[in-house]
Design a protein around this ligand. Sequence first.
Ligand SMILES: [Zn+2]
Length: 236
Amino acid sequence: MKIKIFVTCCLGLLSVSCGGQKPAPEAIFQVSTFDALMEGQFDGTTTFGRLKNLGDFGLGTFDKLDGEMICLDGQFYQVKTDGKAYKVKPSMKTPFADVTSFEADQIKSLKELLNYQQVQAYLDEQLPDKDGYYAIKIEGVFRYLRTRSVPAQEPPYPTLTKAIANQVAFEYEQIQGTMVGFRTPEAVQGTSTTGYHFHFISADKSKGGHVLDCVIDDVQIAIDQSDGLKVLPLKK
Ligand SMILES: [Zn+2]
């Protein structure tokens, strides 16, 4: 595996969502709203100890926007701008995250070299309802992967767009791992990210980040249709 690390200055959207209020296994729980994150509300409001009770699968960010969060099989990981994945303590907080209890409704095997856009087009064909909410897990071998993480910010916080201008990107070839993500409909624009949003964690749990680009090679795709989005109140 060849790894290249470089800094980019492009503007991109960091999408994160989480939360809910009462445990409902088929809901996606989102902490805060995407609009609030866009405005620079980066102070953590919800502990990962609480989030753990609401799901075992998800993505998000951390207090001060300190890196990319991946939740897989009930374990939370933090990918910082050194490209490494760290375990997350229950006392740590997030300003924005999405979690759900993952139960696959459909599983597909794909052995094709598809780029990120082609993967999304493939997924669109599999979804029963384009206005629905889905958690999606893509596990296997990736021919190419480009991820990023964002450095911790200090108050007064910038907008998300300005913070992401300082993102650090990572490129991998022939890497094994899991893309963890969601697809949410246009109807929740502003509340959540819309469309597809994926984070990645390597099979050895050592690296990952927010997915910017990929070429899948040999993967299994699991799709879990959710009832909807439940937004956690902005408190502890
Ligand atoms: Zn992200």
